[in-house]
Write a protein that binds this ligand. Structure first.
Ligand code: NAP
Length: 317
């Protein structure tokens, strides 16, 4: 609508020098990114605009679109957030692109990327800010530095992209990770990628896979739901990724239950965990933090986390 064009996309401010950013994914309509990034540009006085860039799921569409954007001199494309199903496509694109590409450390570690930066010399940089977003939100909630994760026992439920980010970041900082997934082969494959890799400390990463039925046999300091179970509009929005009985047995009493799902704010898992006295954390903080990191890479300005959180909360509530 005209109101959206003027208020959300700051249409009146767009000129010949406005740098263009966006969200590449499929679908992209309901993302918070438009409010977060355009609001951020406005607050710091940065001449940029952030728009939806829907790209159908196949790699060929992603490659054709991104190549066209990078090759077009008249279109000041300076970066993008990349979401499902293109996070791994971006890594492949960077491998195939014949120009210079700088690959961030978390991309190497995780095999997926969610951020594109294009500098004034058209140098392409890709990074995965999900992992820092996840680690920062977790450590702030637990009031520890990242070194404090070393030796912690973490159960990650899921084996998709979000689980991969969790496993990459946590195992790198020395946590012992167990992956539980509905499709056990996918869980095993994920664990194999990371188990035994050299972590930051120099010691090998410890990542194993277990079947969901085994949850509750051992106790964990942290439980992370990286499935879409409990997500509004998903296939199992009223569900819990592990049985309520199971997570009571499987968690240490002072343990943290962290649900990466952020709509709704209080998922069934968080509801049950809170009712049983566990510390809980929802996924919105990770979402905000990964966006703040992207914004800093594009603009050179550190966004104020509190302000960004307020914008995100106002959109979700
Ligand atoms: P994905 O790659 O599609 O993976 C989905 C995972 O969920 C798979 O492990 C899948 O298991 C599992 N799953 C789906 N439906 C299930 C069900 N009914 N019962 C049990 N397991 C089920 O998705 P993703 O990108 O990893 O995202 C997962 C969730 O994390 C989403 O809700 C997403 O919104 C959230 N997320 C949050 C953030 C954040 O910033 N907070 C960032 C990324 C993602 P199978 O392997 O058996 O299919």
């Amino acid at each position: 609508s005209i109101m959206e064009l003027r208020d959300r996309y700051r249409f009146d401010m767009i000129g010949g020098d406005t740098k263009v950013y966006g969200l590449m994914g499929w679908p992209v309509e309901h993302s918070l990114g438009m409010d977060l990034h355009n609001g951020g540009f406005s607050r710091v006085g940065f001449d940029g605009v952030y728009v939806p860039m829907p790209i159908p799921p196949e790699y060929e569409h992603f490659k054709a679109t991104l190549s066209a954007f990078l090759d077009d001199d008249g279109f000041d494309f300076r970066g993008a957030s990349v979401t499902l199903p293109h996070k791994e496509h971006l890594v492949r694109f960077a491998e195939e692109w014949d120009g210079a590409v700088e690959v961030g450390e978390w991309v190497e570690a995780s095999g997926s990327a969610n951020t594109i930066v294009v500098d004034e010399n058209r140098l392409l940089k890709i990074e995965n800010t999900d992992i820092d977003g996840l680690l920062d939100s977790l450590c702030e909630e637990m009031k520890i530095g990242r070194e404090g994760l070393s030796g912690m026992r973490v159960a990650v439920i899921g084996a998709g992209g979000a689980a991969r980010s969790a496993v990459a970041g946590l195992s790198e900082w020395g946590a012992e990770v167990c992956v539980f997934n509905r499709t056990s082969e996918r869980g095993e494959m994920l664990a194999q990628v990371f188990d035994g890799r050299q972590a930051r400390s120099g010691s090998p990463c410890r990542v194993v896979a277990c079947s969901l039925e085994e949850f509750g046999f051992e106790q964990y300091d942290i439980l992370i739901n990286a499935t879409s179970v409990g997500m509004h509009g998903g296939s199992d929005e009223d569900g819990c990724p592990v049985s309520v009985d199971g997570f009571e047995k499987g968690m240490k009493q002072d343990g943290l239950v962290y649900d990466l799902v952020y709509t709704p704010i209080e998922t069934p898992l968080l509801h049950h965990a809170r009712a049983r006295g566990f510390q809980v954390l929802g996924g919105l903080d990770m979402l905000v933090r990964q966006a703040v990191r992207q914004f800093a890479m594009w603009t050179g300005v550190e966004g104020d986390i509190e302000e960004w959180r307020k914008v995100a909360w106002s959109r979700i509530e």
